[in-house]
Design a binder for this molecule. Structure first.
Ligand code: ACO
Length: 421
């Protein structure tokens, strides 16, 4: 195979190297394109554009494969803890027993936030969307932890990372408590990361709290499944914001805002709202399938389709099975699960969906589990953000260590030519 691509332009031949990934995926390296030819590429939505070379996550959308650092997503979801997977993504290897203990203990050291964060939280209006509050509070953490901005040594980088892993779990729980009008719970460092999250979120002032392993293990699995997904919208946002030398916390705050949109992480909220709408409307899934296919109607089947997966999203398969198990373990009978399964069945045998290779994505069933755990719809994307946190951190760290240049796409200007006032 030739390892160069030749571009013929204006009678001249220009050669560009081919780059090959470890799983044989190929790219044309166009770093010298403009310098040598005066041309740029145009690719709205970056459908054909690689923004970086990365060692973190491998995704083969045609074959429904997802691996973190070489490990299959199903193996990790079934055998690892969220903290182990976070360590794997951020530091490159699955941790030894002592590695994971140290990482978890270092996080526990940082498991507190300044009391003034409570004042900021309190000042948000009742009914404010939890994602807006989460993005604001993540940014506010910088003022209370100014040292996190300096990551010029390995120790400082590590410290900023454990600070964020710790404090973000408190913000997640507190945003939930604010949304529910419940008093804020402080962390308990005697239990694991995910158990503590669950306790901070669900412990009621009028009830004794006992850990429910069904809830902890469901949360653990969902967080792992969301932990990274290579260069998606929010991760690319984190990398591009960080490339301007904005701090880790500032970059993550921007990533949270990108995740909020309903075409991205916000789809988990949109799926449940759609399923509830179908239920209220009498449960006629065929009617909504027709709307989804009607180009003159804005309705889309939320939780279906993916920019990269043109086959089953492997995370959706795991989540669908987990939804069945969690609902049965908790004794929850949610009619919208049946509507979801009905929609999926119809879509998978429908010409429109088959031709466009539209399959259920990670968000199609995740909301049904969150709902069964007692998490309100508006909180779903916050849970996704906590899961994605180690992936964002790993990608930001890789961008920094590779000293990637500031992200700055070009454009083709089609506005008015020069004119005088
Ligand atoms: N319902 C109906 N039609 C759809 C859907 C859908 N959910 N998704 C894509 N299509 C159609 C498009 O209308 C288009 O049809 P056309 O070729 O006749 O014009 C074709 O399938 C290709 O879709 P695009 O929008 O071009 O694909 P793109 O890669 O730009 O978008 C996206 C991917 C945004 C995920 C899209 O499938 C979608 O809107 N899905 C619903 C929202 C959703 O579930 N988002 C979560 C994604 S997972 C995540 O981010 C965590």
């Amino acid at each position: 195979m030739k390892d160069k691509i030749t571009l013929l332009y204006n009678g001249n031949e220009h050669e560009f190297p081919l780059i090959k990934g470890s799983e044989n995926e190929l790219a044309i390296d166009i770093k010298t394109l403009r310098q040598n030819t005066g041309l740029i590429t145009l690719d709205p939505g970056y459908k054909n554009t690689g923004s970086c070379i990365s060692d973190i996550t491998f995704l083969d959308g045609e074959n429904g494969v997802l691996r973190y650092r070489g490990y299959d997503i199903a193996d990790l979801a079934n055998n690892s803890s969220f903290i182990e997977v976070s360590y794997l993504l951020i530091f490159g290897e699955l941790p030894s027993k002592s590695d994971v203990e140290k990482f978890e203990n270092d996080i526990k050291e940082e498991l507190l936030v300044h009391e003034d964060i409570k004042t900021i939280l309190k000042s948000f209006p009742t009914g404010a969307h939890p994602m807006g509050i989460l993005a604001s509070l993540t940014s506010a953490l910088i003022s209370f932890n100014p040292g996190s901005v300096d990551v010029r040594s390995d120790e400082k980088m590590y410290h900023a990372i454990v600070q964020l892993m710790a404090k973000f779990s408190i913000l997640t729980a507190w945003v939930h408590r604010k949304h529910e009008g419940l008093p804020l719970n402080y962390p308990d460092i005697s239990i694991s990361y995910v158990e503590n999250l669950s306790k901070m979120m669900f412990m009621k002032p009028n009830k004794n709290y006992s850990n429910q392993s069904v809830i902890t293990s469901a949360l653990n699995k969902l967080l792992i499944l969301h932990a990274d997904h290579e260069q998606n919208c929010s991760t690319s946002t984190v990398r591009i914001v960080g490339s301007s030398e904005a701090s880790l916390f500032a970059s993550i705050s921007a990533g949270i805002s990108a995740l909020w949109g309903r075409l991205h992480g916000g789809a988990n909220q949109a799926v449940i709202e759609m399923l509830e709408l179908i239920k209220r409307d009498g449960g006629d899934t065929k009617k909504f399938m027709s709307k989804a296919k009607d180009k003159n109607h804005p309705f889309r089947l939320m939780g279906f389709g993916h920019r990269v997966y043109k086959n089953f999203d492997p995370r959706a398969k795991i989540i669908k099975q987990a939804a069945d198990e969690v609902l049965s373990d908790l004794g929850v009978n949610d009619p919208i699960l049946e509507i979801a399964k009905g929609l999926e069945k119809e879509a998978l045998s429908d010409k429109y969906f088959i031709e466009r290779k539209l399959y259920p994505n990670v968000d199609f069933y995740s909301g049904i589990i969150y709902r069964a755990l007692g998490i309100p719809t508006q909180m779903f994307t916050v849970m996704f953000a906590l899961g994605r946190l180690p992936g964002w951190i790993a990608q930001w760290k890789e961008m920094k260590l590779n000293q990637e240049p500031i992200g700055r796409p070009r454009q083709i200007y089609k506005g008015r030519k020069h004119r005088k006032i």
